[in-house]
Unconditional design. Structure first.
Length: 203
């Protein structure tokens, strides 16, 4: 039996952490759809044409070790505005969403475009300053050389691009529950998400 949890939100809001925890709690499959766009972005940086890269994308491309770099993140945000790229990745995502045993998917347009019929829709957000601080710690913890000001500028630039793109802009679905993690611990945020899914499953 399929059961889809759609979790959307801007960069570094905590949607990935929450999604993985929710999937583990319920034994659902998990797909970070942002990795699909990062993989296409990485292929573009390697010299591939974006739409062709998306059409030829393979599961093994998601295992690349450079997908979490700031350079690839920027490339992902750029290819994500291309209609042909998004179209090429839709079928892959929808098939995963209806897999037997349940699925948790996180991204920017899961509840609005990919899975508008998802049983649970969450929009996870936080202030730009909080998100930049989280991303800064992540990047510098991995040995990156970057300033907090640069990360904040990057977060704001990605927000602007994601929210105002013509194709599938970042926004909450009309029936999504918004979860602001600005002042929540990871455990608190995960707890609220799990409670929401439990309530919907029992409905």
């Amino acid at each position: 039996m399929s059961f889809t949890v759609a979790i959307d939100g801007p960069a570094a809001a905590g949607k990935g952490t929450i999604s993985k925890a929710v999937a583990a709690h319920f034994g659902f499959g998990h797909l970070d759809t942002g990795l699909l766009y990062r993989a296409v972005g990485a292929r573009m940086l390697d010299g591939a044409e974006p739409v062709a890269a998306a059409e030829a994308l393979e599961v093994t491309d998601l295992d690349r070790t450079d997908l979490r770099t700031a350079e690839v993140a920027q490339a992902a945000s750029k290819v994500a505005v291309i209609a042909g790229v998004r179209a090429a990745l839709v079928d892959f995502q929808r098939a995963f969403a209806r897999r037997s045993g349940g699925a948790v998917m996180d991204g920017r347009d899961i509840g609005t475009v990919i899975c508008p019929e998802a049983e649970v829709k969450l929009f996870v957000t936080a202030s730009a300053e909080v998100r930049a601080t989280r991303r800064f710690r992540e990047l510098t913890g991995n040995g990156g050389i970057i300033t907090l000001e640069e990360v904040l500028a990057d977060v704001r630039a990605r927000d602007e691009r994601d929210m105002h793109r013509a194709e599938a802009p970042l926004k909450p679905a009309d029936d999504a529950v918004t979860l602001d993690t600005s002042s929540l611990s990871i455990d608190e945020a995960v707890g609220q998400a799990v409670a929401l899914v439990e309530a919907r499953r029992g409905a």
